[in-house]
Design a protein around this ligand. Structure first.
Ligand code: PEP
Ligand code: MG
Length: 747
């Protein structure tokens, strides 16, 4: 091998590019390319291995090895030196390959006479496509420059592979990994199953010109691109009024990274070696992703993640490709994204069949919206945005938190059976719609639904709910860049009540803070926001918004009976203070000549254990109490409801928790205070039945849960179940679930 310079690299890249323009099928191109690379680097062997399937590499072209081995020699990911390069995404450079650990001799290739070996991965933004190998007889290590040159060549090959340049002829089966089935195991954001086609929220950037014509022009393009990028970041930062602290921090980091000399220098070197400006950005992005996968330190990973985002923005500037590619939304779209904001998700309205996110959390705003729209949502789905292409078939299993991308027919078949079974069950539940949730002993339970959007209301009739037991009012605040106006809110609440057509609706006042951060409120730097300045605490400290919301509610009621409850009451005084504000608002409205409700029920949400021990007077003073089980359970067991590691750790049917609930039930019975349960557990049939057996006779849940819960209640005897629960506890069982399930098994 002779010394290898930037100008050699540029000449080689241009020759590679020219092969793209020539006629011939994918195999011809690959053959020509291996020849060109071997020739230009002065090595005896150059081979290209591409993935046949996600686990198998295949020798697709070679200069120097036995041509009969092409398409015959295959290795598993991780097998031999080639497999190791592919798996690690890092090069191997060895003067004496046969003595390397893991070396595997492929007899049919005739490679035994070649001592030195360099393999570099062919990969594009973290996606593995193949391996480029050069070998020569003499024992020698390749220089840094030579390795770098190969890396640049591999980048161009990656782009060509992505563009489908090598497909055709004998390569019909290989060349891109975007054809294979992949399964992603994530976490449940919202239950439900959906089959559809991928719709990428941010489509991938396509680089059609990996090779630069003239390094100076490319250098200028890069400079202009970076300065555009910096200007855009500055503009975003200038809008400080509407961005929160986290966003600000991200932008500050972006600004710092965009000014990073190292980043720019590396890209300039790539351009000098012959890449176009966009290919240089992508090469750096690829190596940042590879480092990200290796980085043990979460802080470092976060920064590399920022760099990844920044590279995407720069790529969009350089290629002029926005997020709108003009592609048409498929009929049954499943949205695939790194993450998405609640307003963006709402923009899609009900068109989406499912949502799959790489990031996200169960309590994120997007998850709240997905839940409100009843769209199956899987979060933490690996690197699905690099794998999925627009239009790919996809199955979303929100119950298991699993996603099948481009599924095998057998998987799709089984999945369809599951969806059909669920639909069948829903049909059976629909038959129960107009029947009461009455147990075998004649006791009736009121099943209400939770809602948060006007769009939820049609479910009131479809599900047969007795009313809306919890109307969460956060969404209208979370999805705007400013506080919604009183008039807008009043109109919405009025429409909700109109749609309920006399059935009760329990409005909960704003529960922001914690995970629900509104963009226009100065964010608080709280180490533990779920226990921080949230819900009624914000409402009482800054009563302006609370007052406005209460006015909107009363105006919407326009004299009709109303129920309003305050979230996250931890002490009776908080309830009294909030109730005073409501009374004052009501009196003022009356003075202004507006019709106020004659029947105004005011309730508290019991979400902290402290309220279970509040005075009798407090219980007597509440018109109703609604147990917010999601919060109550997290504080009862001290287990963060957002934390995947602990959120399922404690069972709701724990004897201690049920004993606590019984205490509340007994106290409400004494004071004749209406009691309901409106956390997620109310929608889980076994939990719901247990609550009913203990004496909670109003349950509020997702509309889709009403059928299954009613079905179970109608088959059970609440008195018997209550006995079963009591005996289990008397026998010292700390968990009553086994007793409950064995009772159910005998129904
Ligand atoms: C709860 O905590 O159970 C509840 C219903 O409120 P949210 O889930 O909105 O906090
Ligand atoms: Mg709550």
């Amino acid at each position: 091998m002779v010394e290898y310079s930037d100008s050699d690299s540029r000449t080689l890249l241009k020759r590679l590019r020219d092969t793209l323009a020539t006629d011939g099928d994918g195999q011809d191109r690959l053959n020509r390319i291996t020849h060109l690379i071997a020739d230009s680097l002065g090595t005896q062997v150059c081979s290209i291995y591409l993935f046949r399937d996600p686990e198998t590499l295949e020798l697709c072209a070679t200069e120097g090895l036995n041509p009969a081995a092409v398409h015959r020699t295959r290795m598993r990911l991780g097998e031999g030196l080639v497999g190791r390069v592919a798996r690690s995404g890092r090069p191997i450079n060895s003067a004496d390959a046969p003595s390397e650990p893991g070396f595997r001799y492929m007899e049919e290739t005739g490679e035994e006479i070649y001592s030195s070996f360099v393999g570099v991965p062919i990969q594009r933004v973290g996606e593995k496509l193949g391996v480029l190998v050069v070998q020569s007889k003499e024992k020698r290590s390749f220089t840094e420059d030579e390795l770098y040159g190969l890396d640049v060549v591999a980048m161009v090959l990656a782009e060509m592979t992505e563009l489908g340049a090598f497909v055709g002829g004998e390569n019909a089966e290989i060349g891109t990994t975007h054809r294979f089935p992949v399964m992603f195991r994530g976490a449940t954001g919202q239950e439900g199953a959906a089959e559809g086609r991928v719709w990428l929220h941010e489509p991938r950037v396509v680089v059609t010109n990996p090779v630069g014509e003239d390094p100076e022009t490319e250098q200028e393009r890069l400079e202009t691109g970076i300065s555009d990028l910096r200007e855009r970041i500055d503009e975003m930062l200038a809008q400080t009024a509407i961005i929160d602290k986290d966003q600000r921090q991200v932008l500050e980091t972006f600004r710092m990274l965009a000014a990073s000399k190292g980043w720019k220098r590396r890209m300039s070197e790539d351009i000098a070696a012959g890449l176009s400006a966009e290919a240089a950005v992508e090469k750096e992005q690829s190596s940042a992703r590879a480092r990200m996968q290796m980085a043990p330190d979460p802080y470092l990973r976060e920064r590399l993640n920022d760099l990844d985002d920044l590279s995407n923005r720069l790529l969009r500037i350089l290629t002029g490709q926005g997020t709108d590619t003009g592609a048409e939304l498929p009929d049954n779209p499943v949205l695939v994204a790194r993450n998405i904001g609640p307003a963006e998700l709402l923009d899609y309205d009900r068109k989406l069949k499912g949502v799959v996110l790489e990031e996200g959390s169960v309590g994120s705003h997007a998850a709240i919206v997905a839940r409100a729209l009843s769209i199956p949502l899987v979060i933490h789905a690996g690197r699905i945005t690099s794998e999925a292409l627009n239009g790919d078939p996809i199955l979303v299993d929100g119950d298991q938190g699993v996603v099948h991308l481009r599924p095998e027919e057998s998987v799709a078949h089984a999945f369809r059976d599951k969806i059909a079974m669920q639909a069948e069950a829903q049909k059976r539940y629909a038959d129960l719609r107009d029947l009461p949730a009455q147990d075998l002993s004649g006791q009736e339970v009121s099943l209400m639904m939770n809602a948060g959007l006007m769009a939820d209301l049609p479910s009131l009739y479809g599900s047969g709910a007795d009313g809306v037991g919890l109307f969460r009012t956060e969404l209208q605040f979370l999805t705007r860049t400013r506080v919604p106006r009183r008039g807008e809110l009043a109109a919405l609440y009025a429409r909700v009540m109109d749609a309920a057509d006399g059935k009760p609706v329990v409005f909960r006042t704003l529960d922001i803070g914690s995970d629900k951060v509104v963009p226009y409120m100065k964010p608080q730097d709280e180490p533990n926001p779920a226990m921080g300045w949230r819900a009624i605490r914000v409402g009482l400290d800054k009563p302006g918004v609370l007052r406005m919301q209460l006015q909107a509610l009363l105006r919407a009621g326009n004299g009709r009976p109303m129920s309003i409850m305050f979230p996250f009451i931890a002490r009776p005084e908080e309830f009294y203070a909030a109730r005073d504000i409501l009374w004052r608002v009501r009196d003022r409205e009356a003075q202004l000549g507006r019709t106020v409700p004659e029947e105004l029920k005011i309730g508290a949400m019991l979400e902290t254990p402290s309220l279970g021990f509040a005075t009798d007077q407090f219980y007597a003073d509440c018109d109703f109490i609604s147990i917010g089980g999601n919060d109550l359970k997290q504080f009862f067991f001290a287990a963060d409801r957002e934390n995947e590691r602990v959120r399922r750790r404690y069972d709701t049917l724990d004897s201690a928790f049920l004993t606590f609930l019984e205490r509340i039930i007994a106290r409400c019975a004494v004071s004749k205070t209406q009691l309901s349960f409106c956390g997620e557990d109310a929608g889980r049939p076994i939990e719901a039945l247990t609550f009913a057996a203990l004496g909670i006779r109003t349950l509020s849940m997702r509309p889709a849960s009403i059928g299954p819960v009613k079905h179970l209640i109608r088959r059970a005897n609440l008195n018997e179940l209550r006995q079963v629960i009591q005996s289990a506890r008397n026998e010292g069982q700390n968990l009553v679930r086994p007793a409950v399930t064995s009772y159910l098994a005998h129904l």
